[in-house]
Design a protein around this ligand. Structure first.
Ligand SMILES: Cc1ncc(COP(=O)(O)O)c(C=O)c1O
Length: 413
């Protein structure tokens, strides 16, 4: 009997990455860390204005990289166009990174728990995965363990040792919110010159610490809490490990990636600008790395709607800033309620926090769903099993969540 050829063994043993994405319409969606109010009206207007004949032609990307650079407030000539890659969401950029760099038997180094898509991407390449746990009780970044894993054995087996091919750092980390000082990211990149260090900055606009301001030096982007690049960051974990790396980066005038050609920064418009459904993400790094990662993507992977939406979203930074400010206010409000009620929780970077209900998490998850509110169960995740990840939205939405949570966590059945 005729049979199709078997797929690659890595694919045959792969479990598809599945997320509970169906049946979410009409509910208060606090389960995917999305923007909870939708994009700027200017984005909606721009999409509506696309003439129908444009649907018939392949998308054009002219000027989009420049618009990304302008949104980073880069001093002219600092980041070059070739240092920006465009992708069908950061997920597609992550996939492309693994396709371009991860070969059978290579090692992926990352943390645990972290964003779930890194693992299947590594597995489909046949890579070995080493995930170093965050440190309890407060999910601190395991800097020394990471450095040791990147540096290799001091003696003995040193000859047969190979550095990890890829280091994936989610900063701030989804789902623990752990923040990593940009100096620490640069220190790790400097300590591992033969490893591609990918820093996934999907949530940095909420409460996070991007490496880009440090690489760009004065005049680069600032974070929404108004901190100067590097100053607040210098107080975070591991920062004192890398003073010379920070100095090196800050002086980079022309090519910010000259000192760290093995660093790739991922950014997206999904969570901040509210266009997760349209799919667009960016990878910023040394031109050679961006080139290799872009080689494994199709020529028209980003559709015309996403391009139009991205131009409009990037041009309306005020809308994103106002949304981020509202989320941070709502975060403060919710944390005060949790503290006053004595509910165990963990909050750090990003637009989400972890809550350990008093009742079993699965029951509270289900009761909230019945009340029209979706959150994400962390069941089975190392270190945070039994918690719920709750995305942060507006004050009004957090008010609705809290009112429902208090009832669901108090009443059995
Ligand atoms: C850490 C992290 N990286 C990447 C993604 C995917 O982003 P995008 O929508 O740009 O593909 C997500 C989405 O949840 C995420 O949490």
């Amino acid at each position: 009997m005729a049979a199709p050829p078997p797929p690659r063994p890595e694919v045959e043993s792969l479990q598809a990455y599945s997320a509970p994405l169906e049946g979410r319409r009409g509910l208060l969606r606090l389960d995917f860390n999305e923007n909870t109010v939708g994009p700027s009206p200017k984005v909606v207007e721009a999409i509506r204005a696309i003439p129908a004949d444009q649907y018939a032609i392949y998308p054009e990307y002219d000027g989009l990289r420049e618009a990304v650079l302008a949104s980073l407030a880069a001093t002219p000539g600092t980041i070059a166009i070739e240092q920006v890659g465009l992708f069908n969401g950061v997920d597609a950029a992550i996939h492309a990174v693994f396709q371009a760099y991860g070969a059978l038997g290579d090692r992926l180094l990352t943390t645990s728990p972290t964003f779930g898509y890194y693992t299947p991407c590594a597995r489909m390449q046949g890579m070995a995965i080493e995930a170093i746990p965050y440190r309890l009780p407060d999910f601190a970044f395991p800097f020394e363990e990471m450095l040791a894993a990147l540096s290799g054995p001091l003696s003995g087996a040193a000859e047969s040792w190979c550095p990890p091919r890829l280091l994936l750092l989610c900063n701030p980390n989804n789902p623990t919110g752990t923040r990593l000082a940009p100096e620490t990211v640069l220190a790790l990149a400097a300590a591992a010159p033969h490893t591609l260090v990918v820093v996934d900055e999907l949530y940095e606009a909420f409460t996070g610490d991007s490496v880009l301001p440090l690489l760009l030096g004065p005049g680069g982007q600032q974070d929404p809490e108004g901190q100067k690049p590097g100053i607040a960051a210098a107080t975070a974990a591991g920062a004192d490990a890398a003073p010379e790396t920070a100095a090196l980066a800050a002086t980079a005038g022309v090519d910010p990636f000259a000192a760290c050609p093995n660093l790739l920064v991922l950014r997206s418009l999904s969570k901040t600008a509210g266009i997760a459904g349209l799919r667009i993400g960016f990878a910023i790094g040394a031109a050679a790395v961006v080139d290799r990662v872009s080689r494994v993507t199709g020529p028209y992977d980003i559709n015309s709607f996403a391009v139009t939406a991205a131009f409009a979203a990037l041009a309306d930074q005020a809308y994103v800033d106002a949304y981020v400010a509202e989320v941070l206010e709502a975060r403060q409000w919710l944390v005060e309620r949790l503290e006053a009620a004595g509910v165990r929780h963990h909050v750090d970077g990003g637009n989400y926090l972890l809550i350990w209900p008093k009742r079993p998490a699965a029951e509270v998850d289900q009761a909230l769903r019945e009340a029209g509110i979706l959150v994400r169960s962390m069941a089975g995740k190392p270190l945070i099993d039994g918690s719920l990840r709750v995305s942060l939205g507006t004050l009004e939405q957090m008010g609705r969540f809290w009112a429902a949570f208090e009832i669901c966590d108090a009443n059995p059945g």
